[in-house]
Design a protein around this ligand. Sequence first.
Ligand SMILES: NC(=O)c1ccc[n+]([C@@H]2O[C@H](COP(=O)([O-])OP(=O)(O)OC[C@H]3O[C@@H](n4cnc5c(N)ncnc54)[C@H](OP(=O)(O)O)[C@@H]3O)[C@@H](O)[C@H]2O)c1
Length: 252
Amino acid sequence: MSELEGQIAVVTGASSGIGRAVCCALAQRRAVLSLVARTADALHDTRRAIASEAAAVHEYRADLTNDKDVAALTDALKADWGRVDILVHSAGLFLRGSVEEQPVADLDRLYRINVRAPYLLTQSLLPIMKGQDGGLGQIVFVNSLAGLHARAGLSQYAATKFALRALADSVRQEVRGEGIRVMSVYPGRVATPMQRAVRRMEGGAYEPASYAQPEDIADVLVNALCLPATAEVTDVSVYPFGGHGAESGGPA
Ligand SMILES: NC(=O)c1ccc[n+]([C@@H]2O[C@H](COP(=O)([O-])OP(=O)(O)OC[C@H]3O[C@@H](n4cnc5c(N)ncnc54)[C@H](OP(=O)(O)O)[C@@H]3O)[C@@H](O)[C@H]2O)c1
């Protein structure tokens, strides 16, 4: 029996990239999956991919930048499952530009989905995660190497990822005594639709074989979730290995 069998897992960004790969890895461990994203067709695709392995799967369409959607999602999760064992925040957005040129409206967009949304969803679900009798609660923030090292052209994106790291570090201290582990994962370049867009913005070729694969990130993340309750992984960086993506892991 898998350590995660039957555990209720909520994954944002489940329709694409790293979030989708995390859903697949959790399904292989026989978790119960709650898939969260905006795009119905892509959510159905993820559901179809994991339906035969997951203990159960539900889809929840939500724009996480919309407070009413987050409230409705929280109510639906409470009604459907009554508990949440694992919460993975993978939904995110990348935009780039120099401080001189990038509109401040971009910063607002990045902030809403990269910081405010995981803050609000964590805040909304913590009461049921804390109130669970026995068992471990686990929260994962999919961050970025840009959340550790800012570079030219990344002021806005990196600022949101630095903020996300601060959120993770603060909430970890707040809930550690309640049996909830909090982990940040910092990937370098990963072969996903976001990275394709990143390369377009950089004016370079998209070479997926040169980057880490979403399944690599999912493996690291889910293996850390399986650690016994006597230890915790708080921060883990995952770099591409080999290929040109290895140059400090790239900006995303
Ligand atoms: N790819 C990389 O190289 C890389 C490297 C380091 C860190 N990261 C981080 O990893 C995370 C996942 O990235 P990815 O590469 O998997 O990106 P992706 O393939 O573009 O997927 C992004 C996900 O976020 C969801 N999303 C975006 N805006 C949303 C909103 N307003 N409400 C709800 N869901 C929303 C999208 O779903 P819908 O569009 O269906 O809503 C999609 O499922 C992000 O936080 C990113 O910053 C990525």
